[in-house]
Design a binder for this molecule. Sequence first.
Ligand code: NAI
Ligand code: OAA
Length: 221
Amino acid sequence: MQSSADVNQRIARISAHIRSSNLQMEESSILRRANCRAKGGAPGFKVAILGAAGGIGQPLAMLMKMNPLVSVLHLYDVVNSPGVTADVSHMDTGAVVRGFLGQQQLESALTGMDLVVIPAGVPRKPGMTRDDLFKINAGIVKTLCEGIAKCCPHAIINLISNPVNSTVPIAAEVFKKAGTFDPKRLLGVTMLDVVRANTFVVCSANLVLLFLFSILAVGKF
Ligand SMILES: NC(=O)C1=CN([C@@H]2O[C@H](COP(=O)(O)OP(=O)(O)OC[C@H]3O[C@@H](n4cnc5c(N)ncnc54)[C@H](O)[C@@H]3O)[C@@H](O)[C@H]2O)C=CC1
Ligand SMILES: O=C([O-])CC(=O)C(=O)O
């Protein structure tokens, strides 16, 4: 059993570690918090996560709360966002966290946001293709983007919901229709597909090399 002095020392060490890395991040960043503001607004980015209670949304919410460039964090979902909001808001970092639950709170979640990150929707289950996801996620992304066009038309949009190569064009069409489309502000997160493709290429290249070595080895003996 640890003494309370030990426990306090551990907490102090962890806390100093977290604070110093946050400070370093702010110091070394090209984007300083004071410079991250809409005209006349408070410093820091205002960020909304739509689908914040999900597998991607929850760790993303934690990372955003740790980011010293973020001043306001809105967590929106159709389920469970109050609990996630309570947990994330207890982290001792600067961003103010607010939770929003259900379609009727979507507009409040979006109003005034600088950045909207969207991991809302369904993920693939075994046996599903990305086409199956499209049938559900296309409608979800369309509705969310209509809200964005209305409530924060100048925000940067970061789409995670798959299939991302189809949800981004859907978002583009919604924004074109609303007259708010800016290609520099609409981004799809393709990291998963990029790392997956790299892994597949390396795996198949290794297999080819292994095959060649086997032939050489067999040929030698
Ligand atoms: N682009 C990429 O690199 C990646 C994309 N994905 C995609 O991200 C999406 C989310 O994945 P997970 O977080 O694992 O799924 P998840 O099922 O754990 O979370 C999805 C969340 O979206 C919420 N949601 C559903 N309909 C909504 C609506 N109309 N408005 C707001 N929220 C809504 C759900 O309540 C849930 O909390 C999936 O489409 C998945 O394919 C996942 C991993 C990487
Ligand atoms: O849906 C997910 O969980 C993300 C994924 O792995 C895919 O779509 O290929």
